[in-house]
Write a protein that binds this ligand. Structure first.
Ligand SMILES: C[S@@+](CC[C@H](N)C(=O)[O-])C[C@H]1O[C@@H](n2cnc3c(N)ncnc32)[C@H](O)[C@@H]1O
Length: 210
C-alpha cells in the first residue's frame, strides 16, 4: 500500500475460532477470493459479521458482491452463515467474494467499477488522539471515487453523530458530492435492519461531483 500508514481497524482476532470455523477459513475462504477476471458490482467495507453483506446478496442475485473485513472472527461468522454443514456455499450466496484484509490493499492493487460501495458503522475512533485512524478521510473517499462507476453511489451509515459531521466536512475536499436521493434508497431497502440495530442511523450518499 502506497501510504499504508495508519491502521483503521481494531482487533484482527477475537475469541478462538471453533473447529468448524477454522475449517471454513482454511477450505472455503480461498475459493471465494475475488479473481482478476470477474466483474464485481458491489463492495461492502468492514462487513463485521456479514449480516448486511448477506442481505445485499439476497437482494441482488445477479450481482457479484465483494466484502472486505480484516477481523477474522467476522469473516468466520460470515462463512458459517453462507455455508451448509458440508461446507458448501448456499446458492443465494454464491456471488459473494471476500477479501479478508484492509480494503485499501486491494483498492490500491486493482481497478474496479463498483455500482455501489457500502460502509456501515465505520469505526468512529472517538478519542481525539485516535482521529487519524478514521478511515473515511478525504484521501480514502477519493480512492473510493476512482473505483466508482459513473452513476455509482457510496452509501455510508453511522449512528456516531460526531463522526458523521467529520465525514461531511471531508466531502468538499474530495471528487464526490452528496446526493439527495440517499434517504429513500436506504429506507426502502434497509430500514428494517437499521431499526433493529441502531437508534437513529444517519446516512451519507455520495456520487461523483462532476
Ligand atoms: C464498528 S464495525 C461495524 C461492522 C459492521 N459494518 C456492522 O455494522 O455491524 C467496523 C468494521 O470495519 C472494519 N474495518 C476497519 N477498517 C477497515 C479497513 N481498512 N478495511 C476493511 N475493513 C475495515 C473493522 O474491522 C470492523 O469490523
Amino acid at each position: 500500500m502506497e501510504k499504508q500508514e495508519i491502521r483503521t481497524f481494531g482487533r484482527r482476532h477475537g475469541k478462538k475460532l471453533s473447529t468448524r470455523q477454522k475449517s471454513l477459513v482454511r477450505n472455503v475462504l480461498p475459493g471465494i477470493a475475488p479473481t482478476e477476471s470477474e466483474q464485481i458490482n458491489i463492495l461492502e467495507i468492514g462487513f463485521g459479521a456479514g449480516e448486511h453483506l448477506r442481505e445485499l446478496a439476497v437482494a441482488n442475485p445477479e450481482k457479484t458482491i465483494l466484502g472486505a473485513e480484516p477481523f477474522v472472527n467476522g469473516v468466520a461468522s460470515l462463512l458459517s452463515a453462507i455455508t451448509n454443514e458440508s461446507n458448501q456455499i448456499l446458492p443465494e450466496f454464491r456471488r459473494i467474494r471476500v477479501f479478508p484484509d484492509d480494503v485499501r490493499l486491494i483498492l490500491n492493487a486493482r481497478e474496479f467499477n463498483f455500482a455501489e460501495i457500502w460502509i456501515l458503522h465505520p469505526d468512529p475512533w472517538s478519542k481525539a488522539r485516535h482521529e487519524k485512524r478514521r478511515l473515511l478521510n478525504a484521501d480514502f473517499l477519493d480512492l473510493l471515487s476512482k473505483h466508482l462507476a459513473q452513476n455509482g453511489k457510496i452509501i455510508i451509515g453511522t449512528d456516531h453523530w460526531e463522526y458523521y459531521d467529520w465525514i461531511m466536512n471531508q466531502i468538499p475536499n474530495t471528487n464526490l458530492r452528496q446526493t439527495d436521493s440517499a434517504h429513500d434508497i436506504v429506507k426502502t431497502r434497509y430500514q428494517k435492519k437499521n431499526m433493529a440495530h441502531t437508534a437513529e442511523p444517519k446516512y451519507i450518499i455520495l456520487t461523483h461531483a462532476a
